[in-house]
Structures are given as structure tokens and as C-alpha cells.
Design a protein around this ligand. Sequence first.
Ligand code: NAP
Length: 328
Amino acid sequence: METTTIAGAEVSRIGLGTWAIGGLEWGAVPEDVAIATCLSAVDCGINLIDTAPIYGHGRAEEIIGKAIRLHGRRDAFYISTKAGLEWNERGVIANSTTTRLRHELEDSLHRLGTEFIDLYQVHWPDTRIPIAEVAGLMADFQREGKVRALGVSNFSVAQMQEFRSVAQLASDQPPYNLFERAIDSETLPWCAANNVAVITYSSLCRSMLGGRVHRGMTFDANDIRSADPKFQEPRFSQYITAVERLRKFARDRYGNTVLALAARWVLDRPGISVALWGAKRPEQLDAVAGVLGWSLDSAALAEIDRIVTESVTDPVGPEYLTPKVRED
Ligand code: NAP
């Protein structure tokens, strides 16, 4: 496994994403399979496990807690969880009030069955509260010893600057994959210049680049992909055309899969620390080995760009994931 450091801790450059394990937005996942997926990740050399209270409304954190207990060694896991999203009948809402975050921290520690969280991230900015105030509270959590390092997710550079004026900022977690590159212009250079680790989410573009999604595929109404504009026609066909061409390129040029090409692309981009990989079955991690031990050359990077630009004429980003603004 390739490794890097976040605030002095050694972590795997591939991290397990546990949104799907929560069992709400990607179909049900039996508990034994979910736990086995976490344990398989550790067997593959992955120690960074990314989660959040919103994933399965606490269930993903509980699963990780059970996996840690079964494994027996807390130090085999680098737990990266988050705070600042609430869910109710209105949907998902950004909420970083002090009451909410204090409550979430205690709940996460309890569900994970741990005395400390390795990396605690603000999941989304709450635009109704000053970032500096939230950062101050997160720094308190760190001083209290309940949290080792602090991160943010889905923050702009200006928001990260404000956070960093009050607390040590170890990491940022933005969306990034070869179809979604909004962070290239400002976020990546700023993070590199300020020693902020970048942990990318949706590295496989929410399965589009996994190799299993095919032309004409349909998704259940409660599957997040039925709300993802990339998976709706006429765009879906454009993205699938790109995936088909990338698959052929990966096979002809590297004798590898489109999934390996996509994950390697993220890992090879300058300034990327960790690529998260969402999995809900142990077998999905068999592909990890194919991502390691090689890299893309400049001709390959240019060809990938050409394929994406030619195939996807009406691109769309992951903005549909943005939570609602608090009303109270
Ligand atoms: P992703 O990693 O881009 O894609 C995950 C999907 O790829 C899986 O559900 C699976 O689809 C498919 N896949 C995985 N392994 C595969 C394999 N071996 N062969 C074929 N397909 C495979 O998805 P993501 O969930 O958006 O991102 C990963 C993690 O990032 C999440 O779990 C979460 O921890 C984090 N995240 C954070 C935020 C944030 O706001 N901070 C937002 C989104 C995600 P199938 O289920 O169809 O098999």
C-alpha cells in the first residue's frame, strides 16, 4: 500500500468510504457483509476508514465500531469521521451550531466505541454561522483529547482560510475524479501551499468509473444514482461513452481496468493525499491491488483528457449533493 501522512499520522493513500455501508442511499447491506468489508480493507493495507453520522443515520459508524472490536486493534484503523449535517423531514441540512456539534461528537465516539477520533471533519459549511466560531469549537474538541486532527469537507478556499486562522487545518475532503475537477484551479494549489492534505471523495464518480455501470442501466428510486444528474439521459449516455472508451484505453495501454485507471488518475494528480473508495462488499476491494505499483504517463493523461472532452459534451458536477440551509 502507498502511504502518506496527515498531521504526522501514517495513512494509506486509498481510504475506504462507508457511505454505502450505511445502507440507506445505495441499497441495503447486511451487517456481516458491511463488517467484513471494513476488515477486508484492513487486510488490503487500508487503514483510513472514512465515515459520517449521516451515512445510514449512525449505522456506518456503528458498523466500523463493531469491525474494530472484532479486529481487536484500534491502532489498525485511522478513523476519519465528520460532523455538521442533520437530517429531518426537510431532508439533509447543514448545522454546525455548538449544541449540534457537541452532541454529534459524543454520539460518534459512542457508536465507534473509541475514546478519540483520528480525523474530525466539518462535513459541509453551515453558512449561517461564522466559520471561525466552528473552528474554535473544533479546536476545543482537539484540546479535550477527543479528536487528534481537524479537517473540513466541501469548503471553499476562503472558508478554509477562515478556519485556519483559528485552528490547525490538517485536511480537506472535496469531490474529485476524472469527470469532476473543480478543485484543480484554486483548492489543490492552496492546499499544497498550506500543507493541507487532500482526501478525495467520489474518486470513482459514485460508481460511474467502477466498470459495472453500463448503458441503459436503471437504479431503484431510493438509490442515490436515480437523483444524480450524471445518471440521467441524455447525459448518462455521454458519460457511458467516455467510460467505454476509457475501458478500451486502459486495457490496450496498461492491460488494466477502467476502475484502476480512474483510481490511479486521482492518486497521480499532484497534491492528492488519499483517494476514498466506496465499497459495500469485500470482493469490491479485490481490485485495490491493480491500482498500486504503476503510474500514468503524460501521454496517457492527455489521451484521458481527450476522451473525456470528446465524449462528455454537457458535463455536470456533484452539486446536487449540497445540503439545505438551516431555517432556525
Ligand atoms: P465512489 O467511491 O466514487 O464509488 C463507489 C461505488 O463504486 C460503489 O458503491 C460501487 O458501486 C462502485 N465500486 C466500488 N468498487 C467497485 C468494484 N471493484 N467494481 C465495480 N464497481 C465498484 O463513491 P462515493 O461513495 O461517492 O465516494 C466514496 C466515499 O467518499 C464515501 O463512501 C464517503 O465516505 C465519502 N464521501 C464524502 C462526501 C462528502 O461530502 N464529504 C460525499 C460523498 C462521499 P455499486 O454499489 O453499484 O457496486
